[in-house]
Design a binder for this molecule. Structure first.
Ligand code: SF4
Length: 144
């Protein structure tokens, strides 16, 4: 098993710093790989990255929710970045500006803000975590 970063990821990056086996990589180019990605072969399932994510975007693979229920975070609507579930294709138009764990600007152009109580199947976000590190598909550690 591995841990999975879902489209709730807004590129905070705190997870990268705590991973003991350095298997989390920021996606690049961001337009194609908008989240952070976990190498499923190297991940030891320690769980250290989970509490570091301010967006609660990381789950053990078997626990990625198919019926995630959105709730506001710090008074703002919960947000997905470029979710792969085709349900959201028409809503990928929202601009987001925030900051990562180092205080650096994070700007994302393909996000979707969720209504309080809106249900989301985050399991559609599992395959890219594998694809990112698959030879001939994603940049893997070369994106660092
Ligand atoms: Fe790294 Fe542990 Fe998170 Fe796996 S579960 S990505 S090993 S911090």
């Amino acid at each position: 098993m591995t841990h999975i970063i879902t489209s709730l990821c807004l590129r905070d990056g705190g997870c990268i710093e705590v991973c003991p086996v350095e298997c989390i990589v920021p996606g690049k180019p961001e337009t194609e790989w908008p989240w952070m990605y976990i190498d499923p072969v190297t991940c030891i399932d320690c769980g250290a990255c989970v509490p570091e994510c301010p967006w609660e975007a990381i789950f053990p693979e078997d626990d990625v929710p198919g019926d995630y229920v959105a709730s506001p975070k710090d008074g703002n609507p919960r947000r997905l970045s470029a979710p792969l579930d085709p349900t959201y294709a028409d809503r990928l138009t929202e601009h987001y500006e925030g900051h990562n764990n180092k205080g650096e600007a994070v700007v994302l152009d393909r996000t979707v803000s969720l209504a309080d109580g809106e249900k989301v199947d985050l399991r559609a976000d599992i395959p890219p975590n594998y694809d990112f590190f698959k030879e001939g598909v994603g940049p893997g550690y070369g994106a660092k």
